[in-house]
Design a protein around this ligand. Structure first.
Ligand code: FAD
Length: 307
């Protein structure tokens, strides 16, 4: 019941001010966000890299100014350089939201986002790692997949997220299941209308399994981004049934969520990647994490009241 209002609040400037100013917020944000700066996040990354793989997200989205998009590219360049310098590039890649690098800018936003994403890919290639494009709300899906296609001409290892809750996604999985294609399959975190997405949890879960079957039976590299124990078990079974070796797919979870399960999957010889966000622009990301789990909201509300 709370999911929709929280996801609407995730895009409200008034709510943003309220939540950012609440004194208790910082502590809660720290559960999901590895630090406000690269320097703060990297020790957590080095620790995780002992047994897991990582994808780093420099937080930011819905950029409306060219200068801000440019600053995001600079932040990714600095990060990639540092991953190379610290010898982490073999275990850590980056995730990029195209709206953070200009996709929503008026007039030529898509071109700006493509050029900026290309620059990030060049830096990633230089240090020997990969880039995955996050997926935002459904109005951006065609544009993001178009940019993915363009980037993959020069950087065939660029991956993208597909969201199982969208009606279109089974078809997108079929398009993206060929050799070399890296697809991160998640349920989907935005408030989408019933005209384009399943809204019932059981329907989303069923759609996830259908998409997973397509990807696991294909020749690409599926990235199973879910904390759902049932889906993780189904993925393991599909890997057995399709004869996939452990290095031909991976599990992925978000920083701060189901840590023990991350450790277990890694210890069993699976490739397990953690999505690690950092930076000051945590508001939208944090609100989506609250929306995913009522217990997080209850905890947040209790902390506000008990002060
Ligand atoms: P759920 O049924 O939501 O959760 C299963 C269990 O996981 C819960 O019972 C709980 O124990 C635990 N859990 C899940 N969420 C939380 C939480 N917030 N706090 C505490 N416990 C929790 N979505 C997009 O729309 N676009 C993206 O680009 C995108 N990238 C992602 C990348 C990765 C690596 C991951 C793991 C998720 C990403 N998501 C993205 C989010 C995703 O769409 C879901 O909203 C999110 O993962 C919750 O779905 P679930 O599959 O974990 O299942």
């Amino acid at each position: 019941m709370l999911r929709t209002p929280l996801l609407v609040a995730a895009r409200s400037t008034a709510c943003r001010t309220l939540v950012e100013r609440a004194p208790v917020t910082r502590g809660l944000v720290a559960r999901f966000v590895a630090g406000s700066t690269q320097e703060q996040a990297l020790p957590a990354v080095e620790k995780l890299a002992e047994d897991r793989l990582i994808t780093l997200d420099h937080l930011g989205e819905d950029t409306t100014e060219l200068a801000q998009a440019e600053a995001t590219v600079t932040a990714y360049s600095r990060l990639l350089c540092e991953l190379g310098r610290r010898g982490l590039a073999g275990r850590a890649e980056v995730s990029v939201k195209l709206s953070a690098v200009g996709q929503f800018l008026p007039a030529d936003g898509e071109k700006v986002a493509l050029d900026n994403a290309r620059r990030i890919c060049e830096e990633a290639a230089a240090v020997g790692t990969t880039v995955t494009l996050d997926m935002e709300d459904h109005t951006t899906t065609d544009s993001t997949l178009g940019i993915l296609r363009d980037l993959r001409v020069d950087f065939p290892w660029v991956g993208a997220v597909l969201q199982a809750y969208l009606h279109r996604t089974e078809a997108d999985c079929r398009d993206l299941r060929s050799a070399g294609s890296r697809v991160r399959l998640c349920k989907g975190a935005y408030d989408e209308p019933a005209s384009v997405a399943y809204r019932d949890k059981r329907e989303v879960d069923r759609a996830y399994v259908r998409c997973l079957k397509i990807l696991m039976a294909g020749d690409g590299y599926p990235m199973i981004a879910s904390h759902d124990p049932r889906l993780i078990a189904i993925a393991g079974k599909l890997a057995e049934d399709t004869g996939r070796a452990p290095d031909t797919f991976e599990y992925q979870m978000l920083y701060g969520i189901r840590e023990a399960e991350q450790v277990r999957l890694a210890a069993e010889g699976n490739r397990m990647r953690v999505y690690v966000p950092y930076g000051d622009e945590w508001y939208g990301y944090f609100m989506r994490r609250l929306a995913e789990r009522p217990a997080n909201v209850a905890f947040f509300a209790r902390s506000l009241v008990s002060r």
